[in-house]
Design a protein around this ligand. Structure first.
Ligand code: FES
Length: 163
């Protein structure tokens, strides 16, 4: 078995990571990954960049921003491939953020079939949970996805009955 090289061309990094070379160059512009230049000016990426790229892709898939990823990756050393011990604080710092994201996704899953307080008033349940778009008084956006609690239907019914 031949040993794998520890420096990759941009094409090799693209093939192994599943990202386009243009995306990798963009990540590099943002400082999410880095490369060295050969004497001929070609980019060479340390194999450890594959883990960074995987981290960025996974974070994006769960809805985290490139800014958040950049902040996390900035905690890793640039002069050598990070060790497991160096990754550990990055992972710990993200656990809370990922827990928040999971809670948001669970809320979305629970509420998407019903009224989300967005102002559309297009569902039958909107009359109960967002009568006359009262959710707009709390601000813009889908208020019940943003964490506001809709009124109790009984209270709404009472208000409607008084009209
Ligand atoms: S779903 Fe949009 S206001 Fe109810």
């Amino acid at each position: 078995m031949t040993a794998l090289r520890d420096r990759l061309t941009v094409g090799e990094l693209a093939a192994r990571s599943g990202l386009a070379t243009s995306a990798l160059r963009y990540y590099e512009e943002l400082g999410l990954i880095s490369s060295e230049r050969t004497a001929g000016g070609q980019r060479r990426y340390h194999r450890a960049m594959l883990r960074r790229v995987a981290f960025v892709r996974a974070a994006q898939r769960v809805g985290l921003s490139l800014d958040e990823v950049g902040t996390a990756l900035a905690r890793l050393p640039q002069d050598h491939a990070p060790t497991a011990a160096e990754w550990a604080p990055v992972a710990r710092a993200w656990q809370h953020r990922i827990d928040e994201q999971i809670a948001e996704l669970q809320l979305l899953r629970r509420k998407l079939g019903g009224c989300i307080g967005c102002g559309c008033l297009s569902l039958k349940t909107c009359g109960l949970y967002n009568p006359d778009d009262t959710a707009a008084e709390r601000g813009s956006g889908a208020r019940y996805l943003l964490g506001d609690q809709p009124p109790e239907p009984n209270a709404v019914n009472a208000v409607n009955a008084a009209k």
